[in-house]
Design a protein around this ligand. Structure first.
Ligand code: ADP
Ligand code: MG
Ligand code: MG
Length: 252
């Protein structure tokens, strides 16, 4: 049984239909790259699966490990092992980063029947992960994303990913704003989590990153539908020729 099973997923935002009929399976430990022109619905898919209330599912099914995702609220989805890194990670004023991440980690541990981490144990793990990600330790003690640069926000998303060890991680343009060291750290983290069974759905247009990730499949979303299902060759073709290539009429 695939870890993630989407069939005929249809989503409206503000009364407008954005995802038409998205069907997709992802196995445990598999890595799928999702590409598509601006506005094709990539972020909508991630936010819908994470349970954002603005995205209204009007048809189809979404299952994670056989459980009905659509029947769960945001917290229940996270406890079931779903993680979304935002395209634009928000500030959370007044909430310290380390407390925020520890409470998320402990909610997931509780759902798995594991004992919660105390502040001391958590801080040890968090410091080690922050170091691997090139994130200054001081950022653990600041409010979430408060004054963080674009690249630091993305690294902070990766810190959460590293500590949560979800069953399915959706990374929405994790590469935007990140420098070469950040990209290398991203690849290392993704591969180490994959080896432990985490599955990935990764939105990216950056061919170097996609090549390094060695995806099992590459999908192209077009106006809310999966228009192409391919492999790394599809990513190379999109990088070469862009998204318009298929819809361009032949020159008379
Ligand atoms: P992508 O991530 O592929 O660039 P999005 O999923 O962000 O695309 O957006 C898909 C479509 O939904 C776009 O046409 C966008 O304008 C629209 N959309 C996204 N969020 C909202 C919103 N909050 N209100 C209205 N329309 C939205
Ligand atoms: Mg976009
Ligand atoms: Mg987007």
């Amino acid at each position: 049984q695939p870890l993630l099973q989407l069939s005929g997923l249809r989503v409206d935002i503000a009364g407008r239909n954005v995802l038409k009929s998205v069907s997709l399976d992802i196995d445990a430990g598999a890595l799928v790259v999702l590409m598509g022109a601006n506005g094709s619905g990539k972020s909508t898919l991630g936010l819908t699966l994470a349970g954002h209330p603005r995205y209204r599912v009007t048809g189809g099914e979404a299952r994670l490990g056989g459980q009905d995702l659509l029947a769960m609220n945001v917290e229940e989805r996270a406890r079931a092992g779903l993680f979304l890194s935002f395209q634009a990670p928000p500030d959370i004023p007044g909430v310290k980063n380390n407390l925020f991440i520890r409470s998320a980690v402990n909610a997931v541990r509780e759902a798995r029947g594991e004992a919660p981490l105390d502040a001391f144990d958590f801080l040890g793990d968090a410091r080690a992960a922050a170091t691997r990600l090139g994130l200054p330790e001081a950022m653990l003690g600041r409010p979430v994303n408060d004054g963080f640069s674009g690249g630091e926000r993305k690294r902070n998303e990766l810190l959460q990913l590293a500590l949560l060890q979800p069953r399915l991680a959706i990374l929405d343009e994790i590469d935007s704003g990140m420098d070469v060291d950040g990209l290398r750290a991203t690849v290392d983290l993704v591969q180490s989590l994959r080896a432990k069974g985490t599955a990935f759905l990764i939105v990216s247009h950056y061919l170097n990153l996609i090549e390094s990730l060695a995806p099992d499949a590459v999908l192209r979303l077009e106006q809310g539908c999966i228009a192409e299902h391919g492999d790394i060759e599809l990513a190379r073709e999109i990088a070469r020729s862009g998204f318009v290539r298929v819809s361009e009429p032949a020159v008379a």
